[in-house]
Design a protein around this ligand. Structure first.
Ligand code: SAH
Length: 220
């Protein structure tokens, strides 16, 4: 079981597989007011940067589930590197339907809401693992400008305009599902550069190594 090979190749050197920078990830951890011992669940945990750095910085414990074998291995290595391997656990698998045994303080899905069939399904899924008074953390793209046509949406790598909302509508949609929005950290264009442009050099280095394998080594 794995994700399409292209992502394992283009994002093999990414620590964060979305447009959030390390600084913003730290801001988010602080914004959530995490306390030592808080349990965090992360569906689509990628290479584990969020759980590992929050375990180091806030003393949380966490479980991450991700369908990429490569990213899951990288997450385990990162946990060792940051000396938090006793606090975080990474499971290679399909997170669809995953509910934790113990209730968590923060139930997250950052940049992978297709896991629950969209934002509302993912919130429903995460809610099953959440303790009373806990926080659901969702990372979701939104349109900065509504594409004028479906072709423009496709050129933005969406399958349709309706894939995403504008930010006010996205926020309102959480309210409609019965949740209050209590915090927000937005990605910005620098973050998008780090996420997208880093793929270019990874691909170039990969080509120079005359290798197209999924087990390419981290370059940084
Ligand atoms: N939250 C991480 C990764 C976001 S990218 C971060 O911000 O760095 C989306 C992630 O979802 C990828 O790591 C991909 O491997 C994972 N993924 C895709 N489908 C999945 C599924 N059904 N179950 C678990 N993980 C999945």
């Amino acid at each position: 079981m794995d994700i399409p090979r292209i992502f394992n190749i283009t994002e093999s050197a990414h620590r964060i597989h979305n447009p959030i920078t390390p600084e913003k990830l730290a801001t988010l951890g602080a914004a959530l007011r995490l306390k030592s011992g808080d349990r965090v669940l992360d569906l689509g945990s990628g290479s584990g940067e969020m759980l590992c750095t929050w375990a180091r910085d806030h003393g949380i414990t966490g479980t991450g589930i991700d369908m990429s074998q490569l990213f899951t291995e990288q997450a385990k290595l990162r946990a060792k590197e940051l000396r938090v391997a006793d606090k975080v656990k990474f499971i290679h698998g399909d997170a669809a339907g995953y509910v934790s045994d113990e209730k968590v303080s923060v139930a997250a899905c950052v940049g992978a809401t297709w896991i629950g069939g969209g934002v509302s399904g993912t919130i429903e899924l995460l809610a099953r693992s959440l303790r009373t008074g806990g926080i659901i953390l969702i990372g979701e793209p939104y349109w900065r400008q509504l594409p004028p046509t479906e072709d423009v949406a496709k050129a933005c790598l969406a399958s349709s305009i309706s894939d995403f909302l504008m930010l006010p509508e996205l926020l309102a949609s959480f309210n409609h599902l019965g949740y209050d929005v209590v915090e927000m950290v937005l990605a910005d264009q620098d973050g998008w550069d780090r996420y997208e442009a880093a793929k270019w050099l990874t691909m170039r280095l990969d080509k120079n190594r005359d290798s197209c394998s999924c087990s390419v080594k981290r370059e940084r």
